[in-house]
Design a protein around this ligand. Structure first.
Ligand code: FE2
Length: 283
């Protein structure tokens, strides 16, 4: 069994400030860290899929690093459009959190029931994604080198989302990724962030899951192309759960009072008796 927690788009700003004067991104991240540490059983690792900070630099990355320091399991990072992979490689170079190196800043995580390929869709000075020949070549090489089941993680969503300002970049940037993945059926899922909204889609026959953001959500227009609205609330951490070749994903809130609110306690019934009641005449 492998329990993998994903959080994304933490957008940490300088200490003592709010993102856009509205969202307390440091508090959101600190509360997520508390929830992840409280989860039972303990997750095996945490992936943070980009937009770690709002503006890349030593002051924001040191703030981010202090906020995730209490995490009790291995943590892996990737760059988003708001990050700078070169600064990240320098800043996290003395840790195991970001082994990505120039020129592509991509890496594989081994040792779980499946492999994880951490890709880089960052493009300098743009919010839009980029996935050039060297990154593609690395992806193809890694997929050729092992048939192990593989989860692909990338910041930008390589799929149609139905949200105009995300889809405006077009499909070209991920068409080649889709072709390589179609040739390598060991890829069972793609996870991403970026949209600050929770959407599942497809790249060819492979499911793509875009998690909502820790920093804030966007009420993004679907069907009609209108500007998104800002919602300064976080989502819970997302749990990806592998067991015997099956894989499920979903938000996994773990508030401090989770145990106190257990329905066996509030109803004064044993959990086995409650389950019998759920089974009803099926038991
Ligand atoms: Fe973001």
């Amino acid at each position: 069994m492998t329990l993998l927690v994903q959080i994304t788009d933490t957008h940490v700003v300088q200490r003592g400030t709010l993102l856009y004067g509205m969202a307390d991104t440091a508090r959101h991240l600190a509360e997520s860290v508390v929830q992840i540490n409280a989860m039972r059983p303990r997750p095996d690792m945490v992936l943070i899929t980009g937009d770690l900070v709002e503006h890349p630099g030593p002051r924001t990355y040191s703030h981010f690093r202090d906020l995730i320091a209490p995490l009790e399991m291995p943590v892996y990072l990737m760059p988003g459009n708001h990050d700078n992979p070169a600064i990240m490689a320098e800043f996290f170079g003395d840790t195991d959190m970001f082994p990505g190196e120039a020129p592509h800043y991509q890496y594989a995580i081994e040792g779980a029931d499946f492999r994880i390929l951490m890709l880089n869709s960052h493009f300098d000075d743009s919010e839009l994604p980029f996935f050039g020949p060297r990154r593609l070549q690395w992806l193809e090489y890694e997929l050729e080198s092992s048939d192990q089941p593989t989860l692909v993680a990338i910041h930008h969503p390589p799929m149609w989302t139905g949200i105009g300002f995300i889809d405006m970049v077009g499909r070209e940037w991920y068409e080649n990724i889709g072709e390589i993945i179609a040739d390598h059926p060991q890829v069972f899922k793609i996870i991403c962030g970026h949209g600050h909204v929770d959407i599942s889609g497809m790249l060819g026959k492979v499911p793509v899951q875009m998690a909502g953001a820790i920093a804030h959500q966007l009420i993004a227009g679907r069907v009609m192309d209108v500007a998104p609205s800002f919602d300064p609330m976080p989502v819970p951490p997302m749990l990806h759960h592998w067991k015997d070749g099956e894989f499920v994903s979903g938000y996994y809130p773990w508030p401090a009072d989770a145990d106190a609110e257990r329905i066996d306690r509030s109803s004064n019934m044993a959990w086995e008796d409650l389950k019998d009641r759920m089974r009803g005449s099926m038991k």
